[in-house]
Design a binder for this molecule. Structure first.
Ligand SMILES: Cc1cc2nc3c(=O)[nH]c(=O)nc-3n(C[C@H](O)[C@H](O)[C@H](O)COP(=O)(O)OP(=O)(O)OC[C@H]3O[C@@H](n4cnc5c(N)ncnc54)[C@H](O)[C@@H]3O)c2cc1C
Length: 422
């Protein structure tokens, strides 16, 4: 117990339902997530961080709360949350345990990307019918058994940045595919029941192409799957993002989470799908502000009840944090509201700007919180120290790292499609 629970019953929503005109479903889900965060996540977060261990207990409870199926369409037994409802809910969880919210994101994306998002994409009717049949197999495992899916895409090269075909390959064989390759930073490694990998379908005589990306749900228990390497990082320690190796792993055809070619279409036509790493960090930014206010008011459990709010320098720092938080919230809220198929160039640039702002500002707000609260606030017995380390990790996450957001926004602002300087 690290005192993160504080002020628990009085935590206000990050996005007030009336002020932000949330839907009823969004208001209910965010309230539920906040309650779950306060009740369940907050007091356990220090343990996963200290041990760099996976929050298995949280996943059992997320299943019991129905939160593993949040984005499974309601006709298929889930809650049927859309993109924005998911993002708002995830931000509330991120406020109480970054590692749980981030890994939950990997899991939920396996249902959001195969569910609501694919409804907007083009497919022949027969392909769609087959896709719906297959995804129901995956959804049933989640809803019935509490199966957890992860999302290991990164390989250490340019593929996860969307600039090259994945080096992990899938070769068609009778009844399915044989997968070979290696994924780094695979959150939930050794803990997920299914690894939702992106890989390239190899085709005789053809060069590997991003168009041939397959999205396969590989059972973790398949022969040939192994987890290697250490996990002792700066932050987000409970994600247990070790290396996954696939050596001649056979998976059945029904492992396909999307039909061939559909991931490429999704990545091109639904770019906001890459914004889904940001909600966790939106929550962490809020958590750093919440902590600072409680601490300076002398109300942080675990810290002496000493007030520090009367010092003008502290007040100015809190004002700076609040301004940065409100700027981040406003931009991010608009970006998650913009999400749709075939967004305009302006909407995509706004999404990149939102991602950059959330990731960089979460870390900046947490750094300011540490400076402002002072020495006793950064002890490991209090949550701020963990929030500070966790918040540093967001800007490194592909495909929309802070650097790549800058690259894209700068180029897209200065060049129209097809323009060169030749
Ligand atoms: C806590 C945590 C959890 C993670 N969990 C997952 C997970 O579950 N699944 C997953 O797939 N990944 C995950 N990642 C990995 C993450 O998304 C990145 O892939 C990883 O951090 C990249 O590490 P790297 O050192 O190879 O990155 P980098 O070296 O920054 O990037 C890798 C490649 O991207 C390209 N690139 C990077 N920057 C630029 C640039 N400015 N311009 C052009 N090209 C560029 C380059 O080709 C480069 O070789 C996680 C990361 C963290 C920190």
């Amino acid at each position: 117990m690290d005192g993160s629970h504080a002020g628990a019953s009085v935590d206000a929503p990050i996005f007030d339902p009336a002020a932000f005109r949330l839907t009823e479903q969004e208001a209910a889900l965010t309230a539920k997530a906040r309650g779950f965060g306060v009740r369940v996540l907050a007091s356990r977060a220090a343990r996963w961080d200290r041990e760099a261990s996976f929050p298995t207990d949280n996943y059992r409870d997320l299943h019991a709360e129905g939160l593993l199926g949040i984005c499974i369409p309601s006709e298929e037994g889930g809650t049927g949350a859309g993109f924005r409802a998911y993002c708002l809910t995830a931000a509330e969880l991120g406020r109480y345990c970054g590692a749980t919210a981030l890994t939950w994101n990997m899991h939920v994306c396996s249902t959001l990307w195969t569910g609501a998002l694919t409804e907007d994409l083009e497919m022949e009717a027969s392909v769609r019918a087959e896709h719906r049949r297959r995804r129901q197999l995956h959804y049933a495992r989640i809803l019935r058994d509490g199966a957890v899916y992860s999302q290991p895409f990164s390989e250490g090269g340019a593929a996860a940045a969307g600039a090259a075909a994945f080096g992990t390959t899938a070769r068609r064989v009778p009844g399915g595919f044989v997968v070979n390759g290696r994924k780094i930073f695979a959150s939930l490694a050794g803990h997920a029941d299914y690894y939702g990998i992106l890989c390239t379908e190899t085709k005789e005589g053809e060069k590997p192409s991003r168009r041939d990306t397959l999205y396969l749900g590989v059972p973790a228990s398949s022969p040939g799957v192994s987890v290697t390497g250490e996990w002792d990082p700066l932050g987000m320690r409970g994600t247990v993002s070790r290396t996954l190796v696939f050596q001649d792993v056979f998976v059945e055809e029904d492992a396909a989470l999307m039909p061939p070619g559909l991931y490429f279409q999704a990545a091109t036509r639904w770019p906001h799908m890459f914004l889904t790493l940001s909600p966790t960090y939106m929550g962490l930014a809020q958590a750093a502000c919440d902590f600072t206010v409680r601490y300076l008011r002398g109300e942080q459990p675990g810290a002496p009840p000493v007030k520090r709010r009367m010092y003008p320098t502290k007040q100015i720092a809190v004002a700076q944090m609040k301004i940065m938080l409100e700027q981040t919230k406003a931009l991010w809220f608009q970006a998650i509201t913009d999400a749709r198929p075939d967004p305009s160039k302006e909407q995509v640039m706004r999404a990149l700007a939102a991602q950059h702002s959330v990731m960089e500002n979460a870390a900046a707000i947490a750094a300011l919180a540490v400076r402002t609260c002072g020495g006793q606030a950064m002890l490991k017995s209090l949550p701020l120290e963990r929030i500070f380390r966790d918040s540093r990790c967001g800007a490194l996450m592909l495909p929309w790292t802070a650097e790549l957001c800058l690259d894209r926004i700068g180029r897209d602002a200065l060049y129209e499609k097809g323009e060169t300087d030749e």
